[in-house]
Write a protein that binds this ligand. Structure first.
Ligand SMILES: Nc1nc2c(c(=O)[nH]1)N[C@H]1C(S)=C(S)[C@@H](COP(=O)(O)OP(=O)(O)OC[C@H]3O[C@@H](n4cnc5c(=O)[nH]c(N)nc54)[C@H](O)[C@@H]3O)O[C@H]1N2
Ligand SMILES: Nc1nc2c(c(=O)[nH]1)N[C@H]1C(S)=C(S)[C@@H](COP(=O)(O)OP(=O)(O)OC[C@H]3O[C@@H](n4cnc5c(=O)[nH]c(N)nc54)[C@H](O)[C@@H]3O)O[C@H]1N2
Ligand code: SF4
Ligand SMILES: [Mo]
Length: 739
């Protein structure tokens, strides 16, 4: 029998265990077969004594990523116009001297606030991540400005902090088998993973007899494989359906009043809103049908079912929350979880979108330690306040980076961006309104980008620093939302070409900036220190060498983790970490902000570019941009196997296609006032009429007329965020025509 510890080598092939670090929704142990210093094969987990953490198609195609001919091989400087994409090779010395010189010049001329650090989610290792390595350097250099707001889930984070006071609101996936009803609401874990152990446990729950309902404008992979019922819903209207489900429960007295009385504050105020006592509008199923397109009878049925089948897990995804007023969806889902008494019990779910468990989670990953950014000294912590205004000292919202680049202080932002460091991000491609972002990229006086491939963002660099992939360095990484385990990223091959990690780059820049206390450890000393630094790791990993060799340390839990189990079982000794010590359906902290966009109890609020927007006459279709099945965002875009497995297409309902004379696989143009993109159509009834879907992450490839030929949905999205911070990616009106 094989086991975790076996690294069997046959002939001249060696097996090295390691892991990937994509921002991918999971995290998997991998077995790399290496021959003559080259990876010749990759396998997934082979554990026999525990549940396997099986790799998805993306890491199975890793070889074509590592050995892609278009990898950036050596430092380069721009020789053409900015954005044109013409570069010439330079030495590392010239590249680093130039970057250091520009940092000093900008600091002297404009002050540290002119230096903007823009970090994406591209790499998750503790040591080599530029997200850790570079802020440490820039803080020691006197400070920097940056962005706030988790693009993925800021609305969810805001909502859970308001209602529960913590981001750890998920249960172990192994607890799903205890659920009798699982509602996948804008949640497609078969594709987005939601923890590597998720799909397997959902299958087990299905086999154990749980009923599955999917609420999504698309019949997702998860809906197709698991669901008994698909409820298509108009994007951005989910809160109305949830509110109306609450109406049914209240009218039929189905809510768990004992639970509400004991553990929550403010249900009475929510009830007043739902019944219409507050605003004169009863949130009936007919009221919700008109908004959501979901038949009143279906809303009624799901409300009754969720209120009476126990335990039930309302799994509210981040997709519906990544929209205008998205945080209201998350707050409302948590409120229904409380109304049905499904919080803190096996088989239930507290909701909240994030689905994080606290042990072994990536949010708790140790890192090299970032000194407080001097520019933020004295300010509130970014997470410390629910009022977004408090975050503006040296930051802009992520979806306003490019707007800030364009208008700076004159546009009301706290700084002008003079020096841009884009690190492990492809934000030109990944944030709202790409055509506007491309204009903004002409504003900074200097742009440095460390990257693996020549992304649409990297094309705008003045200096490009080539970075290596996770198989070319040692690191420690932790799982996405569930787990619990820790992974050791092992160096499987020597760094290719002249590539370095972001951490190495920072180490080599430090002396050039006159910083002599940047780093005092070797790579191995850091990794050993990390294991001691994080309490959950220190307790578990007593033999670092074994951990490194096996590539994984699995935490053995006696029973599944259930969020808020203690708070529910023994509330007197375990208050919720909120000001009231209870679940805050009414939040005083939110009330104090005093803005109609953030009501103190969750409410359905109409948004821009909804079906009620007059713009609908010109752009009648709503667009959602789910995460790509065969990539991590724009990472892996160039990998041929993945492109073949999952060609990029726009999902278009048969009725909408017929009305426009479009047939399957026709090239179509998707457009609105912000941009135009050309992409083949997938004509299908797996999406509801009136809605189209384009996967995010396809590379922006403008032609001479400015039409994107790459199928990048962000030429259409808006660079806006919601009052609670949600990045409004799924709130977009468009039209489609045949080209
Ligand atoms: N394969 C793959 N997996 C990934 C990633 C990836 O790029 N590729 N990225 C990872 C990252 S960083 C993140 S943040 C997560 C994101 O995870 P999610 O946010 O959960 O993923 P999405 O695909 O954006 O959205 C989930 C679903 O929401 C639906 N949806 C969109 N708008 C609405 C709406 O208004 N109402 C309803 N009911 N449904 C709606 C979409 O159709 C989609 O099926 O995924 C992670 N996992
Ligand atoms: N329309 C639409 N847009 C979206 C979303 C959506 O739902 N709809 N989702 C959003 C979400 S949730 C997210 S998280 C963002 C993700 O947006 P980004 O964070 O920009 O993610 P990627 O597109 O994966 O780009 C990461 C880049 O990092 C590079 N990289 C990888 N490893 C390293 C490394 O070690 N060092 C350095 N320096 N670079 C490295 C990769 O080559 C890649 O180009 O996209 C957002 N954009
Ligand atoms: S991309 Fe993520 S989920 Fe897929 S195999 Fe790799 S680590 Fe696992
Ligand atoms: Mo994300």
């Amino acid at each position: 029998m094989k086991s975790d510890s076996e690294n069997k080598s046959t002939g001249d092939t060696t097996i090295i265990r390691g892991a990937a670090c994509y921002d991918c929704g999971g995290r998997c142990p991998l077995k790399f077969h290496v021959k003559d210093g080259k990876i010749i094969r990759i396998e997934g987990d082979d554990a026999v004594e525990s549940e396997q953490l099986r790799a998805c198609l993306r890491c199975r195609a890793y070889r074509q990523y590592v050995y892609h001919p278009d990898r950036l091989k050596y430092p380069m400087k721009r020789v053409g116009a900015r954005g044109e994409g013409r570069f010439a090779r330079i030495s590392w010395d010239e590249a680093l001297d130039t970057v250091a010189g520009e940092l000093k010049r900008v600091k002297e001329t404009y002050g540290n606030a002119g230096i903007f650090f823009m970090a994406g989610g591209g790499y998750h290792g503790s040591l080599h991540s530029g997200r850790n390595a570079l802020p440490r350097l820039l803080s020691l250099f006197g400070g920097f400005s940056t962005n706030y707001g988790n693009i993925s889930s800021e609305g969810c984070v805001w909502a859970v902090m308001a209602q529960y006071g913590t981001v750890y609101t998920g249960n172990s996936r192994s607890d799903l088998v205890n659920s009798k009803l699982i509602i996948m609401w804008g949640w497609d874990p078969v594709k987005m993973i939601s923890g590597t152990d998720c799909s397997y446990n959902l299958m087990k729950a299905r086999e154990a007899g749980a009923r599955f309902v999917a609420v999504d404008p698309r019949l997702t992979q998860s809906a197709a494989t698991l669901a008994h019922q698909w409820v298509p819903i108009r994007p951005g209207t989910d809160t109305a359906m949830l509110v109306s489900m609450a109406y049914v429960m209240i009218k039929e007295n189905l809510q768990d009043q004992k639970f509400l009385d004991k553990y929550t504050v403010g249900f009475d105020k929510f009830r007043d809103y739902v019944t219409g006592r507050e605003d004169g509008i009863a949130k009936t199923t007919e009221w919700a049908e008109a908004i959501t397109g979901v038949p009143a009878a279906v809303i009624m049925q799901l409300a009754r079912e969720y209120a009476t089948v126990k335990p039930a897990a309302l799994m509210d995804g981040m997709g519906p929350a990544r929209s205008a007023m998205g945080e209201q969806f998350t707050r409302c889902a948590m409120t229904l979880a409380a109304m049905t008494g499904n919080i803190g019990i096996a088989g239930g779910s507290a909701g909240g979108g994030l689905m994080n468990i606290p042990i072994g989670h990536m949010f708790r990953a140790p890192n090299i330690g970032i000194p407080r950014n001097p520019l933020e000294a004295g300010g509130k912590s970014v997470r410390g306040s629910l009022d977004l205004q408090d975050r503006l000292i040296a930051r802009v919202h992520s979806n306003k980076i490019f707007d800030c680049m364009l208008s700076g202080k004159a546009g009301g932002y706290p700084f002008d961006i003079k020096f841009l460091w884009s690190c492990q991000s492809n934000y030109l491609n990944q944030l709202g309104n790409t055509n506007k972002s491309a204009k903004a990229m002409h504003m900074p006086e200097f742009i440095v980008i460390d990257e693996i491939v020549m992304t649409p963002t990297a094309r705008f660099a003045d200096v490009i620093l080539p970075v290596n992939t996770p198989v070319e360095k040692n690191d420690i990484v932790r799982p996405w939302p569930s787990g619990p385990y820790f992974l050791h990223v092992n160096k499987v091959i020597e760094p290719l070409y002249e590539t370095k990690s972001s951490f190495q780059i920072a180490c080599e820049l430090a002396p050039r900036l006159g910083i002599d206390n940047y780093n005092d450890k070797t790579e191995e000393q850091w990794l050993r220190a990390f294991v001691k630094m994080a309490p959950d790791m220190a307790q578990e990993i007593t033999d670092y060498d074994k951990f490194k060799k096996e590539g994984i340390h699995r935490i053995k839990l006696e029973k599944p983790i259930i969020a808020f189990e203690k708070e529910i079982a023994d509330p007197e000794h375990n208050p919720f970490p909120t000001p009231s010590g209870k679940i805050e359906i009414f939040s005083r902290r939110v009330a104090e902000i005093g803005s109609p966009g953030v009501p103190p109890v969750p409410k359905y609020l109409d948004t821009w570019e909804s079906r009620n927007d007059p713009l609908v006459a010109k752009y009648p279709l709503q667009m959602v941009s789910p995460h790509p099945a065969a990539r991590a965002h724009s990472t892996l875009y160039l990998v041929p196997w993945l492109r073949e497995a999952h060609p990029s297409r726009v999902w278009l309902n048969t009725r909408d296609a017929a009305a426009r004379g479009i047939r399957d696989e026709d090239e179509v143009m998707v457009f609105n006032d912000r941009g135009k993109t050309v992409i083949p159509a997938w004509v299908t009834n797996r999406i509801m009429p009136g809605v189209i879907a384009m996967e995010e992450g396809a590379w922006f490839t403008p032609d001479a007329e400015g039409v994107d030929r790459g199928g990048c949905p962000n030429v259409l999205t808006r660079d806006e965020y919601s009052p609670g911070g949600a990045t409004a990616m799924n709130t977009v009106l468009v039209e489609v025509k045949k080209v």
